[in-house]
Design a protein around this ligand. Structure first.
Ligand SMILES: *Cc1c(COP(=O)(O)O)cnc(C)c1O
Length: 463
């Protein structure tokens, strides 16, 4: 029996996986979570021998109501679009540092791991239900491209992507706007990523509109995305535990919306021996401040060289909050309603001075990220993208000789050519042919003000 899902704010009746996936955001404004998280400690010995896709099947079948044979087909199909046999390999350029490479999918971003699967599951479910779906996405760069490549050309689906005009890298923008499929709409919003995300939330919370235009979400609030990401924590931990003959590992996760690291949190709850999750942010440090003081307080967004993490309000934070306050939906509702009014919420710090012993958190400024990129490149020839460099820098703030740290590499450096050049002095370093090919293609996009009405009107005319 697969688990049912409930809202972090306690509203509605529990739903199955397929419904949760098609719904995205719960109707009471909360986020879906599984009613219980299965403990898999007694399975680890077998799971560590499995190749990626088989491991994915074992993990996902615990959480989905899709028949196993179909789920297997969906997983196999999704990961056949990856360029690496292991899907998400672990490498060690200097023999010290472990890098979990998550960028071997079609858009060179870790988000492909989830969105290739999501596109396939959506298509599968829609075909069975004879339904159509319009997906609405806000992106700070990588989600949009990965979502478009998961959805483009599929039957019964359209995708509308909102991104901050001028707020993402040129390569990221081209990966979206050069897609010619008619079911893809790229909307450059004159505003910040938080504006885009706020607009998506508002449009989805307009329940009449959402029902009339059959809207769904693929932002990392979609549970299926988190589920797909849980898999690589297991896969990578097994590789490194075996190699180093240790019983526990740590992960360092470049964090924006708290989706990726929350998948690690789920893996830990399932019984994967993770001793520490290191949350790494850039100068937009609302989350490190929270973990270090108990105060979650919105500031203004600063543009950095790791734009996919230029986020103040982390959309998955509410999921973590639910567990932190002892699974009490009334408390979550109060805290989140308070936060949406005042931009601030506070959790009392325990006497230990540690909000949660499973987490450590720190931030990394531009100079530090550039020097991490430069030093590793000079020493080993290995190039990190600026997001992954943030994770490596913050990992080094928490040394532990007995528990190796696995740093998540969330994008291929070629997506951030300008920054790579700034760090290494080389124009050629880290280029990728997939991106080079996009330079000559025609561009399709709309420019729009940061207005919910304008977006609703556009969807109404094009859905
Ligand atoms: C989206 C993204 C992140 C942040 O992931 P979250 O799940 O939002 O925390 C980090 N790095 C890159 C390259 C990304 O695209």
């Amino acid at each position: 029996m697969s688990t049912k899902y409930i809202s972090t704010r306690g509203g509605g009746t529990p739903l199955g996986f397929t419904d949760v996936m098609m719904t995205g955001l719960a109707r009471d404004g909360g986020l879906f979570l599984p009613f219980n998280i299965p403990c898999v400690r007694d399975k680890l010995a077998v799971w560590k021998t499995l190749p990626y896709r088989e491991l994915a099947l074992e993990i996902m079948r615990l959480y989905t109501d899709i028949p196993e044979h179909d789920l297997k087909m969906l997983i196999d199909h999704s990961y056949s679009s990856f360029r690496h046999r292991e899907v998400t390999p672990v490498v060690s350029p200097d023999g010290e540092l472990y890098i979990l490479e998550l960028f071997h999918g079609p858009t060179l971003a870790f988000k492909d791991v989830a969105l290739q699967l999501l596109g396939n599951i959506f298509e599968y479910v829609l075909a069975r239900q004879s339904r159509k779906l319009n997906l609405l996405v806000a992106t700070s760069g990588d989600t949009g491209g990965a979502a478009i490549h998961g959805i483009k050309g599929r039957k019964d689906m359209k995708i509308f992507v909102l991104y901050p005009n001028g707020g993402i890298s040129p390569a990221q923008e081209r990966q979206m706007t050069t897609v010619q499929d008619e079911n893809v709409f790229c909307i450059a919003v004159n505003g910040s990523f938080d504006d885009c995300q706020g607009m998506v939330k508002e449009v989805l919370n307009d329940l009449d509109f959402r029902d009339r235009f059959m809207l769904g979400a693929v932002n990392s609030i979609n549970w299926a995305r988190l589920l797909a990401q849980v898999v690589y924590y297991f896969y990578a931990a097994f590789r490194v535990m075996e190699k180093r003959d240790v019983a526990q590992v740590r992960f360092s996760v470049p964090t924006g919306n708290f989706g990726d690291i929350f998948a690690g949190y789920i893996a830990a709850q399932m019984g994967l021996p993770i001793s520490l999750l290191i949350l790494a942010s850039n100068e937009n440090d609302i989350l490190p401040r929270f973990f270090n003081t108990g105060i979650y307080e919105r500031g203004s967004v600063r543009k950095t060289i790791s734009p996919s993490m230029d986020i103040q309000v982390a959309s998955n934070f509410e999921r973590y909050l639910y567990y932190l306050v002892g699974r009490n939906p009334a408390v979550v509702r109060d805290l989140m309603c308070g936060f949406s009014g005042t931009g601030r919420l506070e959790i009392k710090m325990p006497a230990s001075g540690q909000l949660d012993p499973l987490f450590a958190a720190g931030s990394c400024d531009t100079e530090s990220a550039l020097s991490v990129m430069r030093d590793l490149y000079r020493a080993t020839g290995y190039l990190l993208d600026p997001h992954s460099a943030v994770g490596v820098h913050v990992a080094r703030m928490f040394p532990d000789p007995h528990r190796p740290v696995i740093c998540l590499a969330t994008a291929h450096p070629a997506k951030f050519g300008e920054t790579v050049q700034r760090a290494t002095g080389s124009k050629k370093a880290g280029r990728h042919e997939i991106l080079d090919k996009l330079a000559s293609l025609p561009v399709r996009r709309e420019v729009m003000p940061a207005s919910v009405e304008a977006v609703q009107d556009f969807i109404a005319r094009h859905s």
